[in-house]
Design a protein around this ligand. Structure first.
Ligand code: FMN
Length: 169
């Protein structure tokens, strides 16, 4: 079954080359987030792209010095406003909104020939302070970006018949 190559080839990259990312690629990745749909079109995402070595080092420290975080030449802190906004089904909107914006950025990163890695293993308070993120917001995830230094094997997924039923559960 054919899906977009950027999706069918998806694999998280943990080993990055030190090379910086072209500004045009970063711009297109951010434009992909901008285009993402969100509940009531509230667009709750706010992004902080970290490129300076000294700030990257601080984020690395706030992310418990995990090796892959230390290697990424660009880290985008994906933050949210509207932390309390609920959808008509009573559920919080921001995890979905931010998740979709992340997914759009990850697919665009692949199209740019870049590797990407979403991480949530960090001290949010420290990241907030390093990047001066206002208190009414949350830092939902960090997106590591860079040229891949590795070609990892794809991780397995459940077969389609385990994730889809037609017409009833
Ligand atoms: C919401 C989310 C949170 C994640 N948090 C982390 C993390 O904290 N540390 C990490 O190494 N990987 C993290 N990952 C990456 C996943 O472990 C990875 O996507 C998963 O193992 C599947 O591998 P694949 O992306 O190569 O297919 C996260 C991914 C997502 C989508």
């Amino acid at each position: 079954m054919e899906v977009l190559k950027e999706i069918s080839d998806w694999v998280t990259i943990s080993n990055f080359k030190p090379d910086s990312i072209p500004q045009e690629s970063l711009d297109r990745i951010v434009s992909a987030a901008q285009r993402a749909p969100s509940a009531k079109n509230r667009q709750p995402w706010r992004l902080v792209a970290v490129r300076k070595r000294d700030v990257l080092e601080k984020i690395y420290s706030a992310a418990y010095m995990e090796e892959h975080v230390g290697k990424a030449p660009v880290i985008i802190a994906v933050c949210t406003t509207n932390v309390d906004y609920k959808m008509p089904n009573g559920q919080l909107a921001y995890p979905i909104d931010i998740g979709i914006s992340l997914a759009f950025m990850m697919v665009q990163a692949r199209a740019e020939g870049l590797g990407a890695h979403t991480i949530t293993t960090y001290d949010e308070e420290q990241v907030r302070q390093i990047l001066t993120v206002p208190y009414q917001m949350r830092v939902v995830a960090l997106l590591l970006l860079g040229y891949a230094e590795e070609t990892p094997l794809q991780r397995e997924r459940r077969p389609l018949d385990q994730l889809l039923a037609y017409d009833h559960w």
